[in-house]
Design a protein around this ligand. Sequence first.
Ligand code: HGY
Ligand code: MN
Ligand code: MN
Length: 420
Amino acid sequence: MSADKPPVTARQILERCDVLAAESSSDTGIERVYLSPEHAAVNRLAADWMYEAGLSTWMDAAGNQRGRFEGRQPGLPALLLGSHLDTVPNAGRYDGILGVLLAIAVVDRLRADEVKLPFAVEVLAFGDEEGTRFGTALLGSRAVAGTWDPAWWDLHDKDGVTLREAFVEFGLDPDSVGDAASRSGDVIGYLEAHIEQGPYLEEADRSLAVVSSIAGARRFALTLTGEAGHAGGVPFHRRHDALAGASEVVLAVERLARTAGAIATVGRLQAFPGGVNVIAGRVEFSLDLRAETDILRDDVWQAIQDVIAEVCQRRGLICAIDETHNAPAVVAAPALKSVIADGIRATGDLSPMTLFSKAGHDAMAIADLTAWAMLFVRNGRGGISHHPDETVTVEDVAIALDAFEAAVLALAETYSHPTA
Ligand code: HGY
Ligand code: MN
Ligand code: MN
């Protein structure tokens, strides 16, 4: 792609977010899951934009759309820039997506300015950060990090399609998933730009922040089993009401996490058989538990299990627990955090804010491959996210683009590869 094409602007980045938002499996909101037709569609769009930015592009063996922009000479180790293109149900249009498009836009500027760096730059559009389809998250970035777990092949979606079947249906070879892994010797670090998904930048009236660390997360699928029965005929003292039991657990989850300074959510709960005049014999519900340290997170998990045991004993219920996701807390690399801070300072904010991320990100997986750092971008309306009202301003996107580009250039200043 010739250098005389002007680089993409912040407004064009937002327009691209709107184009990607239209690729949804739902006609009432944005939903785009791993290895779906919508995933294939956004990969093709990202590939086009990567090509226009001067990246050579390919889809890797795990369905991630990737691009490479060579440095001063071909084959140099690469700085990775990326985020994810998949979404939660009824999602906003910037979670993950803005980070991918900012990464492409930074390379587009390098192209237009004919800048050749002492390292290559690779852009990664991960196919599954949320875990919406198969329950286990970070599948795309874990493939790149080389930490794919073969036990995942038997995970299945709500229609009973296994991850293995979904791979084949998408045109991927499950046996080749290892080809998606990057070698640590081929990368020099990972930078991710992402909306904050919280209220602190808006409260501080700042556009950007450096991320200090990302909360460790564990997810569980729990089933409480009691005894269904007639809503009128069964007296209270004879009941084994799974929904009443689950309700006690849900409130205990909130109380225990809040008291301990962790954060926990029951986002999905279903009672069976589900009749309005039938005592619930079974309840299936989710638990998403996070904390700044894995020790705190696991201490809260133990306290929650103690409450579950007490409720089950008192109400005559049985509880089955399946852990569906576990990602340790990760701390950003100081050297990369400082280039992100340099990037923010280059935009005129001379005392960059630092934030701890309670939201999970692909950097948690890429941390197994290389050093990482993140740039947070303000998103308005209290930082609402995982919601259609998710919003960013074109001004903040422009500032984020300047900061992200400046961070890459600051890294190039300090980085000297022996053969570059
Ligand atoms: O759940 C999270 O924190 C992320 O959005 N996947
Ligand atoms: Mn998300
Ligand atoms: Mn995200």
